[in-house]
Design a protein around this ligand. Structure first.
Ligand code: IPD
Ligand code: CA
Ligand code: CA
Length: 269
């Protein structure tokens, strides 16, 4: 994708995100139909579906040769990352959307032949848009974010993680993860993977780790964290595959390595 193409796609996506976000805000107190998917706590609402349908229609009308990978079933059934692929989570943090009416985001990553070109994470209720184009850094609304700080002492680290790490489970030794939570300065769980990536990019948390996410949870975040000098891998330290679910460790380079080597690798069973 050359700069001209990237700018054109970016400008359309940004306009549609603002339009979709305004619709969500306008309807925030309207009655919702809430269904469940894989388990009773895996929620989906009419707004998740309507928002995804809105994006897929706009994309197919404007860029008929682009592909879509998305959560709620309006996208394509993709077997490869060839060409331009929009990876869309219409509402990331649906549980927050339903229960709190805040702390959720629209997340869109746009890839060309498997390379992250554009990332958007839109905190809808706060009207804060994190955006990135490959090679051009990250903006929080109109302000360019600085690159991530280096050499943060580990005991001053802010960590974000899914609390399932701390429960007894088959995959990790929770005692090691409990030590991690004690060793860092503070631990948080926000309930929206996309926002957690955005907070890493902003430097208000230093690392985020989770055992299992889907491509639409991290496609935008990876581009955004990358553009401020951060790094994202699986818990085994491998690159993330956009066509499958994955574990994720993202953040400031040095801290990400310490967490992988000194904690996560030992904790894995
Ligand atoms: C979820 C959120 C949550 C994460 C879950 C995701 P959804 O996305 O990102 O923070 O822990 O694994 O599924 O379902 O609200 O789009
Ligand atoms: Ca999600
Ligand atoms: Ca979602």
């Amino acid at each position: 994708m050359n700069k001209e193409q990237r700018d054109e796609v970016f400008n359309h996506a940004k306009e549609w995100i603002y339009e979709a976000g305004k619709e969500i805000r306008d309807q925030i107190h309207a009655p919702l139909v809430v269904d469940t998917k894989s388990n009773p706590n895996d929620l989906v609402t009419t707004m998740d579906k309507a928002t995804e349908e809105f994006f897929t229609k706009k994309i197919k009308d404007t860029f008929p040769h682009h592909f879509i990978l998305s959560e709620e079933g309006y996208g394509d059934n993709l077997k490869s990352m060839n060409g331009t692929v929009w990876i869309i989570d219409p509402i990331d943090g649906t549980m927050n959307f339903v229960h709190q009416k805040r702390n959720f985001a629209i997340s869109i990553g746009i890839y060309y032949d498997g390379v992250g070109e554009i990332g958007f994470i839109y905190n809808v209720m706060e009207d804060i848009l994190y955006s990135a184009k490959k090679g051009e850094g990250v903006y929080k609304n109109n302000d360019k974010l600085p690159r991530l700080r280096k050499n943060i002492p580990f005991n001053e680290t802010m960590l974000s993680l899914n609390h399932f790490w701390l429960c007894e489970n088959r995959l990790v030794d929770e005692k090691v993860m409990q030590k991690l939570v004690k060793d860092v300065r503070g631990a948080r769980t926000y309930g929206s993977a996309a926002l957690e990536f955005a907070y890493v990019a902003e430097g208000i948390i230093d690392t985020y780790l989770t055992l299992s996410l889907s491509p639409w949870d991290y496609a935008a975040g990876i581009v955004i964290v990358n553009e401020v000098g951060g790094v994202t891998t699986t818990v085994d330290g491998d690159a993330i595959n956009m066509l499958h679910k994955s574990s994720v460790v993202t953040g400031n380079r040095g801290i990400q390595q310490t967490i992988l080597n000194d904690y996560v690798k030992t904790a894995r069973k």
